[in-house]
Design a protein. Sequence first.
Length: 518
Amino acid sequence: MADKPNVLMIVVDCLRSDRVFGEHRTCRTPQLDALMARSTRVPNMFVENSITAPAFTTIFTGCYSLAHGVTGLLGVKMNDEMFTLADAFMANGYYTIAEATGPLLPMLGIDQGFDEFNYREQQEYFFKPWGGKLVNRLAGGGLPEPWFMMVHLWELHEPRQVPAEFDTEEFGASRYDRALSCLDEYIGRLVAAAGEDTVIVFTGDHGERVDEKSAADTLLPYFLDKLGLSELSGEDDTRVGEDIDLLGKRGAELQTVMQSLMARTAMAESRLPIGTRFKLIGNLLKIGMTRTLMQKRKPGWAGFVEFLSMKWKDFLVGWAVFRGDSHAAQRYMMRDTMRHIINQHGYHIYDYLSRVPFAIRYPEALPADKTAVSEVRNIDIFPTLCDALNLDVPSVPWHGASFVEAMRNGVVESRPLYMETRGGTQAVYAFYIRGVRSAGYKVAYAPNEESAPVELYRLTEDGNEVRNLAEKDPDVVARLREEAETMSQTFAAGGEGKQLSAEEQEKMIAKLKSLGYM
C-alpha cells in the first residue's frame, strides 16, 4: 500500500451498531460481515446528537455541535473557523470528494475542504443510475491519487427502501432489517470497486428507533403530552401532513414565532404580552398566506376538506396567540411538524439512537479481525484518522481524541460524552434534552423545563435504559448534571453558529421537504 493510500469512508444514515455486531440481529449482511472480518472493529461508538446534520458536522470537525454551530436541521450553519476532515486530507495532497444527500446541503458549510461536493436527490438510491455510476467511477481508476471519498448512503432512512425480493422474514424481522439486508450487496460492490489497497472506513451518523417504547415518567412522554402527540412505533408511517409548509417561504417569521412561544413556555407565567401578541399575529398572517399559495392540494372534495383542515389549524394557532396562551399556540404549531422526528430519531439520547458501528480496514497500520471493546465517540473520528494515516495537520482544537491505541492494544479508558438533542430544530424549550454519558452512567434532562422528569441509567446493569434511577440516586444525578452543564459551557465557546440568510433558509426548507426528510 502506498504511503498515502486512497481512503473510502462509507457513512450509512440511521445505522444502529446492533444491526452490524448484535448477536440476535435478523438482517442478512454477508458483504458487511466479510468487511468486518478484515477490519479493526469498534462496536461501541456513541454520537452526541442523533440528527444527521449535527452528527456529520461533528464527524467532519471533531468538535461538539455547540462549538461547530450546527445544532439542528434549521437556521444555522458551520462556524467559519472550523478546520475539517476534508481540509486535513486536502492539506496532505489528497483529492477530496463527497457524495452526499438528505439534509447535507452545501449551505451548512460542510462542503468546506472538498474538491467535489456532489449532492444528489434523496430519490437517487443505490439501485438507481447514481449507484452504478459511482461504482464504475471507483472501479475505473481515473480519480486523481491519492483520493479521499466520503459516501453517504440513505436507504435505511424513512421511507426505508425494501425491494419486493427482500421484503420477507428471510431478510429480517422488520423493514429496517430488510432495508439493511438489501443495502449490504451494494456496500460490497463499493468496497470491491475501491480496490484492495484502499483504506475503508465504515460507520453510521446515528442510530434509529425500530420498535422501542419509552417508559412512563420519562422525557419523551412528557414532551408528547405537552404537544398533544401520541407515541408511535418506529415502523409506523411517518409522513407529515401538509402543515410542514409552515416551514416554507416564511421560515424567518416561523422562527420568530417559535422562539417567542418557547421563551414564554420556560416561565411560570406563560401569558404573552399584548405587544408580542400583535407582532406574532402579523407573522402568522404572512406565514398563512404564503402557505396557502404553496399548498399543493388534492383536486375535488378531498382537496377542499384538506384546505379547510389546514385553515382550521391556522385559526387555532392564531386564536391561542390572541388569547396570549403560548403553551397552546406552541402545541398546535409543533404537533405535525414534530411527528417525523419523534418517530425516528433526534428526540432523545438513548443508546439505540446514539450507538453506531465503526470499522477501519487498514492492515498496514491496524490489526485485522480485531474488536476494540472501548467506548469511543464520533468526535474521536477526525483525530483518529489523522493519527492512523499520519496526516500532517495544524493544531486543531478537537474535543475528541485518537483511539488508535484502543484499536491496536485493546481497551483504553472510556471518556465522558456530552449529549444533546433539540428535536431536529433549534428549539431550546420543546424537545431540548441535555445529558452526559460518563463512568458507566447516563443522565438525561431538559435544562429549561423545571417540571420535566430526569432520567438516570446505570449502563453496566441496564443497557436497554428501562430502569430510571433518578429518584433513587439523586447524588449521582446532581454530579452528572453538573458535569454536563460544565461541558456545555466549555464547548459553547463558538456560540450558536452562523445564522442562515433568509434566502438560504428558504432554500434549505424547500429542499428538505422535497427530499421527503420532513
